[in-house]
Design a protein around this ligand. Sequence first.
Ligand SMILES: Cc1cc2nc3c(=O)[nH]c(=O)nc-3n(C[C@H](O)[C@H](O)[C@H](O)COP(=O)(O)OP(=O)(O)OC[C@H]3O[C@@H](n4cnc5c(N)ncnc54)[C@H](O)[C@@H]3O)c2cc1C
Length: 411
Amino acid sequence: MTREQTFVIVGASLAGAKAAETLRAEGFDGRVVLIGAEEARPYERPPLSKEYLRGEAGRDKVYVHDAGFYADHGIELQLGRTATGLDTSARELVLDDGARVGYDRLLLATGAEPRRLPVPGAGLDGVVYLRTVEDSDALRARLDRGGRVVVVGAGWIGAEVAASARTRGLDVTVLDPAAVPLERVLGTEVGAVYRDIHADRGVRMLLGTGVEAIVGGTSAEGVRTSDGRELACDLVVVGVGVQPRTGLAAEAGIAVDNGILVDAYLRTSAPGVYAAGDVANAEHPFYGERVRVEHWANALNQGPAAARNMLGGADAYERLPYFFSDQYDVGMEYTGFARTWDRVVFRGDPASREFIAFWLAGGVVVAGMNVNVWDVTDPIQRLIRARVAVDEHRLADPGVALDEVVPVEAY
Ligand SMILES: Cc1cc2nc3c(=O)[nH]c(=O)nc-3n(C[C@H](O)[C@H](O)[C@H](O)COP(=O)(O)OP(=O)(O)OC[C@H]3O[C@@H](n4cnc5c(N)ncnc54)[C@H](O)[C@@H]3O)c2cc1C
């Protein structure tokens, strides 16, 4: 019955590859076409700023599937191909060589790309970004040369690159206009913990400081800061956030606004077209608003959810946002979504770097982050989902099990 149908996926990364896998796992026996602009078969990006960047793990450790998987499952993997146009009335995709691919269902998993640094000198050689495995290879080759690195942006990518470069023994300076690293997500109290983790390792943290210009002849030789300093360097790594790749959808008339707008079933405004992963700004049933998540677990789970819905399922995507980060010997997991909060409660001493932080709004836990404490994501998620005001003393007390912080009836 479905044998005649063609399901096309644009974006051969985590969301796209997991969606293709799910289509087959759910028994779809029509055509599955997975189109990706990159030459590499689908891979995971988290190692690119961590063990892969440091040369501790090889390419074979980053792929989503082994090399034979796609052929074995009848998935037509077209790499090095870019979808350049989309006609939603004719249900046709146009590829970079002019080829047209008809579809019955289409998944847009086009992800995100780094924001560029809008300052003079940003185009010099030695000013680099990190998104792809080739970027990571090129950055590793530069780190191999040693020297002085300035990392512009103290978000997750910047912080992880700083940690990896420092671990490799380079001289590292981090610049960010914010008062502490990761301030937008973690706030000042928890961001300060990360500032200290880096400072303790010998990273120069120039916070409250922006970039005026990159200076140099043909390649970067220094960074001029907003407070008038000039930092000599051999390499500038820019990590100032990403933006969703919405061009293909927008040009096709699909509704976009900070990502491709989708409902809880990951359906876009065009019939038969879905979106998942970093590019999808999805209605979230728990939050009652749209949420766009730029993290691994979201791509991992949303791709399969979209695939099930493409097959006629009604799988509302309602997982709570979750992400992880590893810097030096400090591992963390963050669960939840907090645009604003009025208090942060710690369970454990942040200075010990083994603690859980909870963000509270009106007494209710809206997010939690465990640092070098493990196997607590499920109870933290239950606390968030309970949506009841908590007793802060019980929340802070390691002697009270997380599942006993609020009365059991609240769950
Ligand atoms: C260095 C790095 C470290 C990270 N570390 C972590 C971490 O520790 N924890 C965490 O939770 N998350 C982390 N992330 C984030 C995580 O990797 C992303 O959330 C995830 O990759 C998103 O997957 P995706 O499939 O939605 O999109 P992407 O991975 O962005 O892939 C989209 C793909 O679509 C392709 N594409 C786009 N447009 C077209 C087109 N028109 N035609 C064909 N192909 C197209 C792109 O080339 C790309 O391959 C990290 C990201 C990076 C870059």
